[in-house]
Design a protein around this ligand. Structure first.
Ligand SMILES: Cc1ncc(COP(=O)(O)O)c(C=O)c1O
Length: 443
């Protein structure tokens, strides 16, 4: 069925709108009782409720929330979706809990978000890392053969985890990874936090469409949804109950109805022309890239990540302070990421183009090569939950990395919990602007 043909109902909006209008005394949470503390936020407070009669309950959804989730799955044309008001982070926790329940060996591409590492700490999971052949520590290009080798060496059924698109918009070959997983009866799960829109490009590049078993989509990153709104997508609809059970283990018992309503509105937007907007906007972005191809060197395959190879820190400063101010998503000494979205209008593109015209790209510094892997001295869990002290990088050689403290964005850990820190990796951290690190406090 074509996306536009989905006849959507706004279950949540209808319920919340009616409740906001009627005079029922709110003898229930939240404590604001629908009264705003700030002019301009009146409807947000009035529509912000909790699990009252008729409003369903996200982790045990059988009513309006489940119906609304089914509509999201239908719009994406995939078997099942669970909503998250706790971002992709909650989805990653749930996907990993499912892999733990299936007793699978996790094989992960090293360029993970810290949500992955923290989930492994909480679930006491061990990970076999696959390192990128090029690209670096935040974004990497992997060899399929390295994943295959890891699958061959695994002593039990496995699951491959990759981040795609990554923070810079670099994408992995999900189709090939899915085929590989099939060959070894492994599961494939994808951190697609940056790719909620991929199902609606001219060529459907959504991980589930390409054969992945599970993925998380941060609707709030590239689609019009409130911060925290995400979709946990899956190939096997019979697993919804399991995944919801895992989500409730990590998520708040009070998921925000405002965030959930924004997921419904986002789904409706997709079904009412949003898909087309995603395609036309992608074409407009391509035209922008072509216009500036002599001046800027664009990297990354994902269209909505406008990633420029340049000294991003300097370019970000110029863009922020020019006559057409632009605040970017991420910048370091090797690149800058300007994250775009299909809600952009022509006037937004014109501001961006004017800014790109007046600014100058300073040359990018060379991305350092990844040093030889560090030794995992103790488990993620032991190190991640151990007493720690924060010390300067210069004093950290041979100490054991404790819980990771990496700035967000991009929140990609350089060393991970439990690794014995080598000089070269500490040097890499310094390159990315880190000054100190939490190490295990040995008693
Ligand atoms: C690659 C990646 N994965 C996961 C996450 C976590 O997503 P969320 O903020 O929706 O919890 C982020 C957040 O920036 C991310 O960049």
């Amino acid at each position: 069925m074509l996306c536009q043909e989905v006849n959507m109902r706004k279950f949540l909006s209808e319920f919340l709108g009616n409740y906001a209008k009627n005079q029922t005394f709110r003898g229930h949470m939240p404590g604001h009782k629908g009264k705003s503390l700030l002019t301009g936020l009146e409807s947000a407070y009035a529509w912000d409720i909790t699990e009252i009669q008729g409003a369903d309950s996200l982790f045990e959804a059988e009513g309006i929330l489940r119906q609304a989730e089914r509509q999201t799955a239908e719009v994406y044309q995939i078997p099942a979706t669970c909503w998250s008001a706790g971002g992709s982070t909650l989805c990653i926790q749930a996907m990993l809990a499912q892999m733990k329940a299936e007793n699978r060996q996790i094989i992960a591409g090293r360029t993970v978000h810290r949500a992955f590492l923290n989930s492994c700490i909480l679930l006491d999971l061990e990970v076999k890392w696959v390192y990128p052949k090029s690209g670096g520590v935040i974004s990497g290009n992997y060899e399929l053969l390295d994943f295959e080798r890891a699958l061959q060496e695994a002593e039990k059924p496995s699951a491959i985890y990759v981040t795609s698109p990554d923070y810079l918009g670099n994408m992995q070959d999900i189709k090939a990874l899915a085929e590989l997983c099939k060959k070894y009866q492994a599961k494939l799960f994808v951190d697609n936090a940056h790719g909620a829109h991929l199902a609606f490009l001219k060529e459907n590049l959504h991980p589930i469409a390409l054969g992945a078993d599970y993925c998380c989509d941060s609707a709030h990153k590239t689609l019009p949804a409130l911060t925290g709104g995400a979709f946990l997508q899956m190939k096997d609809a019979s697993k919804v109950k399991n995944l919801k059970q895992h989500m409730q283990m990590f998520g708040s018992t009070s998921p925000s109805y405002l965030i959930m309503q924004s997921l419904e509105l986002c789904t409706e937007w997709l079904s009412q022309g949003g898909k087309l907007k995603i395609q036309t906007c992608a074409e407009r972005i391509q035209a922008l890239k072509q216009k500036f191809q002599e001046k800027y060197y664009f990297i990354g395959k994902e269209p909505y990540h406008l990633t420029i190879s340049a000294n991003g820190e300097k370019l970000a400063e110029e863009l922020r302070n020019c006559a057409f101010p632009v605040e970017c998503e991420y910048a370091d000494k090797t690149c800058i990421v300007i994250l775009l979205s299909p809600v952009m209008e022509e006037k937004d593109f014109q501001i961006l183009e004017s800014a790109l015209e007046v600014c100058e790209p300073y040359p990018a510094e060379k991305i350092p090569e990844l040093p030889a892997p560090m030794k995992q001295a103790v488990s993620f869990r032991e190190a991640g939950l151990a007493p720690f002290e924060v010390i300067p990088l210069e004093k950290a050689e041979n100490k054991i990395c404790a819980s990771v403290q990496v700035p967000c964005p991009p929140a990609v850990p350089i060393a991970v919990s439990g690794e014995r820190l080598s000089k070269d990796w500490l040097q890499l951290m310094k390159f990315y602007g880190l000054k100190q690190i939490a190490v295990m406090k040995l008693t």
